[in-house]
Design a protein around this ligand. Structure first.
Ligand code: UD1
Ligand code: MG
Length: 475
């Protein structure tokens, strides 16, 4: 708006020092997890999307752990941690940042670490209103919302003219005040200097014996400052999490929102949309069909036309197109090519790469291994630290003995190899292209290409001829 005087630089302060008594937990509240990430990380990501000069995070309870969690979300340079030694209330928490901020001619957006669903677009609207208020900007703008059940929140008291008067906390409210449905979201914009001036004046003579940040707007108003109320309509976004029931409810809301978006915008099918857990960060392609009780966690990418059967969990993995994952499989930090088949009961561990058309069957565990195109390990096998070429077949019960008790060693298997059932491959070892091992062999030495090796320990005994076929079943 033309004539606005107060487009000051923006800093953000996030309150995250409280224990959260009502969680009945030994873990600080902001470290509890929503949609697979700590609450504080949700708030930090949103804050960072607003492009502030700096984000200040007030820490106290389990501060080291909170710092670590924030570190996984924000660059070191963009964030400053402020310690609040004793948790004396939200006003005291902001005051802990006094040395950093009191002389800044800036706008300070205050967020709560326990209000995780707030969107950057909403905050941008709040900030804009703060700047635009009466053409000259407000000293404080409060994000408020009307709730059918406002229990637990601070209530917004307006004067006869509908202007802001004060905030009264639930525990200090009279019965009449408790009837007010407009609540304080705990999200505010302040003129930074005015905020710290007023903070010097707050007292703790209230029901909780705490220093309330919510007393600041009243002090500013009584000194003649403009307080603006940004009345917002989506109550979900400003839901504070104070106990586990509220956390579970928000989890349900996030989950439903994600699944609905995947169905309507991305063409993903769910047999039972209420009984899946899909991370908001997951990308899933068209015509992929997901059965009940599937979890897709973290940053996953799943292609078009896949089928994911019940009981499967996929975390931080990339899955190509047309992949079939049968029941009760676990896939973590893996890359799966197009048209692969996995499971049932397969365990695909980190740093596994399955190339196009590979098949990993029941009770097969794969770790830190590359399985080449159309190669198969169909039954009861462990493949660790292995590289397997194309069109090879790993018989039932095969084990790469990769660990000698001290070090891990690599197994290299070529293309068109047939590993007989129950072969022990004692790493480090190589099996050349087109070679065959007999059932029950213990391979301690490299098997040259096109040789048949048998026995325990196995010896290479004669030449063999393997066809370049892809129709091995491995049975
Ligand atoms: C606060 C507001 C209330 C508002 C509600 C919205 C106050 C006094 N009340 O109440 O008006 O409706 O949020 O969700 O501000 N924290 C600290 N240090 C402390 C105390 C709290 O860092 O000493 C942090 C907490 O970790 C939390 C946030 O501040 O992230 C809010 O504290 P909480 O105790 O949840 O306040 P509410 O009772 O929810
Ligand atoms: Mg709260």
């Amino acid at each position: 708006m033309e004539g606005t005087s107060s487009q000051k630089p923006l800093d953000i302060l996030i309150l995250a020092a409280g224990l959260g008594t009502r969680m009945r937990s030994n873990i600080a509240k902001v470290l509890h997890v929503l949609d697979g990430r700590p609450l504080i990380n949700h708030v930090c990501r949103t804050a960072s999307a607003l492009g502030p000069r700096k984000i200040y995070v007030v820490v106290g309870h389990q501060g080291e752990d909170v710092i670590k969690a924030v570190g996984s979300e924000l660059d070191e340079e963009s964030v400053e941690f402020v310690w609040q030694k004793e948790q004396l209330g939200t006003g005291d928490a902001v005051n802990a940042a006094r040395d950093f901020l009191e002389n800044e001619d800036s706008t300070l957006l205050v967020l709560s670490g326990d209000v995780p669903m707030i969107r950057a677009e909403t905050l941008a609207g709040l900030i804009q209103q703060h700047y635009d208020h009466r053409g000259r900007g407000a000293e404080c703008t409060i994000l408020t919302v009307k709730l059918p059940d406002p229990t637990g929140y601070g209530r917004i008291m307006r004067d006869d003219g509908g202007l802001f008067e004060r905030i009264v906390e639930q525990k200090d409210a009279t019965d009449a005040e408790k009837e007010i449905s407009e609540i304080n979201s705990g999200i505010y914009c302040f003129d930074t200097r005015k905020l710290f001036d007023a903070l010097s004046l707050i007292e703790n003579n209230n029901a909780q014996g705490e220093y309330y940040l919510t007393d600041v707007p009243k002090i500013l108003r009584n000194a003649g400052g403009d307080i603006s109320l940004f009345n917002y309509t989506d109550s979900r976004e400003v839901s504070g999490i104070n106990n586990r029931a509220e956390l579970a409810e928000l989890e349900r809301v996030v989950r439903r929102r994600t699944v609905t978006k995947l169905m309507l915008d991305y063409g993903v099918s769910f047999v039972d949309p209420k009984n899946v857990y899909i991370s908001e960060q997951a990308k899933i392609g068209r015509d992929t069909l997901i059965y009940p009780n599937v979890s897709i966690e973290g940053e996953c990418e799943i292609g078009d036309g896949c089928t994911i059967r019940s009981g499967t969990r996929i975390a931080d993995s990339q899955i190509g197109h047309g992949v079939e994952v049968l029941d009760n499989s676990l896939i973590t930090e893996a890359v799966v090519g197009n048209s692969c088949k996995i499971g049932p009961f397969a365990h695909i561990r980190p740093k596994t790469r399955l190339e196009e058309g590979a098949k990993i069957g029941n009770y097969v565990e794969v770790k830190n291994s590359t399985i080449g195109r159309n190669s198969k390990a169909n039954h009861l096998t462990y493949l660790g630290d292995a590289t397997i070429g194309e069109n090879s077949n790993i018989g039932a019960g095969t084990i790469t003995c990769n660990y000698d008790g001290v070090n891990k060693h690599k197994t290299t298997i070529g293309s068109r190899v047939k590993i007989g059932s129950d072969t022990m491959l004692v790493a480090p070892v190589e099996v050349g292209d087109g070679a065959v091992t007999g059932a029950g062999s213990v391979v301690t030495k490299n098997v040259p290409p096109n040789k048949l090796a048998v026995g325990a320990p196995a010896r290479a005994i004669k030449n063999v001829q393997r066809e370049d076929s892809t129709d091995e079943t491995g049975r």
